[in-house]
Design a protein around this ligand. Structure first.
Ligand code: UDP
Length: 411
């Protein structure tokens, strides 16, 4: 019932010129004693959102350095995803907790998946809350267990975290993006490891300006006028409606500006379509607002093109576990304006490599500043890219995982 995901092939050596030989050598040294270890990543979906984005690169790179690494997606149906989406929101601070019935739906699907899970792993890495109960149900199926949290747990709904804690607290190891996200009461070893992007994936590989223009034009963008864009799921925490409001303020002074909102719809995100429709309604037919999603055939290459071609990339989140889109945009050397929340300040230094904002007005103001002064935008982008190169490219994350496996498996 758990579905294996085929993640393709990637080669660590291809990254050496970007991250430096020193890191590549460190990775090989760490991997040597772990060769042949059976590692399983378990997640809720193979499509949409940051977790799958990371695993499509991390899993092949783990294999390339000698681990027997697999990725499987748990079985779930709509009732399960409704419950886990509510859980996700509540854990990021939304007031509504799951009903008793929804908690038992969540537990029931975890029991089903636990039964079906094959045994014999050296390490199971369980991603996010959806499959979090697995360890408690079948601890004997793996030697080591790690719970990897990708969300912002800094101000969770108290009832929800209290209910979840007995499932995550006993994990021998847990991994969070930032210290602020670590809940009290964990019994295992806690690791702080931010995620990373794949600079060689189609989404992030270097495009010529002409290629980016060619693709953006196909979606109706006037490439001779300024473009601002946000790439994100249609989700209240990503605040696409606030982005439209900021765009309208910018447009008062720069009537030529256009906005692209690009958002993939995840298969485990039933709320997404409602919020997508609300965003379209808020745009109110403005021909300079382009709202696109994967059902318009917008995939990785198109996301790359929009990010590469934009004069300002925005991520106006009000909660953000990390925000891969931030490093993705900055890696393209684009000036960035985004919410001063969650993992975004890790990736951007305000005023140095972009701007951090807390309101619609600030977002509009900083965006205008960059639009009026393209040289400023170039400098912000250049400094930002170097910060991402040093800290947020996938080989660094691979190294951090190898350290965790070494610790958990004793080399
Ligand atoms: N993404 C995409 N197409 C879209 C919207 C998002 O490919 O239309 C990708 C985006 O490029 C990023 C990931 O989905 O790699 C979202 O990760 P992030 O950490 O920004 O947010 P999450 O969705 O996990 O909250």
């Amino acid at each position: 019932m758990l579905q294996p995901v085929i993640a393709g092939h990637k080669f660590l050596g291809d990254y050496a010129s970007l991250v430096g030989r020193h890191l590549v050598e460190e990775i090989h040294a760490l991997a040597e004693p772990l060769k042949g270890k059976k590692i399983l990543h378990i997640s809720a979906t193979a499509f949409g959102g940051g977790v799958s984005e990371i695993l499509y690169t991390l899993v092949p790179l783990m294999r390339d350095v000698g681990l027997e690494c697999e990725w499987q997606v748990i079985y779930g149906r709509e009732e399960f995803y409704n419950a886990t989406k509510l859980m996700h929101n509540a854990l990021q601070g939304a007031p509504e907790d799951l009903s008793e019935e929804q908690w038992s739906t969540w537990a029931r699907y975890n029991e089903m998946n636990a039964r079906e899970l094959a045994g014999g792993w050296d390490a199971c890495v369980v991603h996010d809350p959806q499959p979090a109960a697995l360890f408690g149900l079948v601890p004997e199926k793996s030697r080591a267990w790690v719970w990897r949290c990708h969300i912002d747990l800094s101000t969770p709904n108290p009832a929800t975290i209290e209910h979840l804690l007995p499932y995550i607290a006993p994990y021998p190891a847990t991994v969070f993006h930032m210290p602020q996200y670590v809940p009290a009461g964990l019994q295992g070893k806690v690791h702080i490891v931010p995620p990373a992007i794949d600079p060689l994936a189609p989404k992030n590989m270097a495009f010529s300006p002409e290629d980016a223009i060619y693709i953006c034009e196909q979606f109706g963008v006037d490439v001779d006028r300024p473009l601002i864009c946000q790439v994100s799921r249609f989700d209240p925490w990503k605040d696409p409606v606030g982005v439209i409001d900021a765009y309208r303020i910018v447009k008062e002074q720069r009537p030529d500006v256009q906005l692209a909102l690009v958002g993939s719809m995840a298969s485990d995100d039933p709320e997404g379509w409602d919020y997508f429709n609300a965003t379209v309604a808020h745009a109110d037919g403005d021909p300079d607002i382009h709202i696109l999603n994967n059902f318009n055939n917008v995939g990785a290459i198109e996301v790359n093109a929009f990010q590469s071609h934009s004069d300002v990339v925005i991520q106006k989140s009000t909660r953000e576990g990390f925000g891969l889109t931030v490093s993705e945009a900055i890696w393209k050397g684009r000036p960035f304006v985004g919410g001063d929340v969650g993992g975004i300040p890790l990736q951007v230094k305000d005023g140095e490599s972009g701007y951090l904002v807390s309101t619609v007005d600030e977002c509009a103001d900083r965006t205008l500043r960059v639009l009026q002064d393209p040289q400023l935008g170039k400098e912000l982008g250049r400094r930002g890219k170097e910060h991402v190169r040093r800290n947020f490219l996938m080989p660094r994350l691979l190294r951090d995982w190898l350290r965790i496996f070494t610790e958990q498996l004793g080399g």
